[in-house]
Design a protein around this ligand. Structure first.
Ligand SMILES: Cc1cc2nc3c(=O)[nH]c(=O)nc-3n(C[C@H](O)[C@H](O)[C@H](O)COP(=O)(O)O)c2cc1C
Length: 151
């Protein structure tokens, strides 16, 4: 059975809420999944999941939220070999920030690429300007994600 680490960055709770909805859907689909908030690279690695799903909002000017900083900086700065990890990203942002739209999702993507992780699906970008219903905004993407990791 596929094991998924859902790694969350959130300031005001919207990304955490999406992570909870996503956890339920993935478990209902038969996957073993756990949410990691305020976590470290070591904690995520010790879970032993082959699949990492990163769900993060953006704060500041394109920055990662404080509660994913430890995980982000440890991974970015030590560049572990993650070539056995298959990952995908749900990035949340607000297009009124223009140039830094979904900046945290992009930074996390670059970090995973640098570590040779394998991307299983294009990043989903959810724009707070367009919708507050993140479950609805992510439903079709999640169907594709489930198909992609089921093969
Ligand atoms: C202080 C602040 C700074 C933000 N900066 C950005 C940004 O640079 N780029 C972006 O796309 N969204 C930005 N956002 C929008 C949030 O990422 C977006 O509202 C998100 O849905 C919040 O999710 P959260 O509740 O999980 O933190 C910012 C929001 C706040 C309040």
């Amino acid at each position: 059975m596929q094991k998924i680490a859902i790694i969350v960055g959130s300031v005001y709770g919207a990304a955490e809420e999406l992570a909870e909805t996503t956890l339920t859907r993935l478990r209902d689909a038969g996957f073993e999944a756990e949410i990691f908030v305020d976590t470290s690279l070591a904690d995520v690695q010790s879970f032993g999941a082959e699949y990492w799903l990163l769900i993060s909002s953006t704060t500041g000017a394109g920055d990662v939220p404080p509660n994913i900083e430890d995980f982000y900086f440890q991974t970015r700065d030590t560049v572990p070999n993650l070539s056995k990890i298959q990952y995908a990203i749900m990035a949340m942002g607000d297009s009124s920030y223009f140039d830094t739209f979904c900046g945290a999702g992009k930074a996390l993507d670059e970090m995973m690429q640098e570590s040779m992780a394998v991307k299983v699906l294009e990043t989903l970008e959810i724009d707070a300007c367009e919708t507050m219903d993140t479950a609805e905004a992510s439903a079709a993407w999640l169907d594709k994600y489930i198909t992609a990791i089921s093969v």
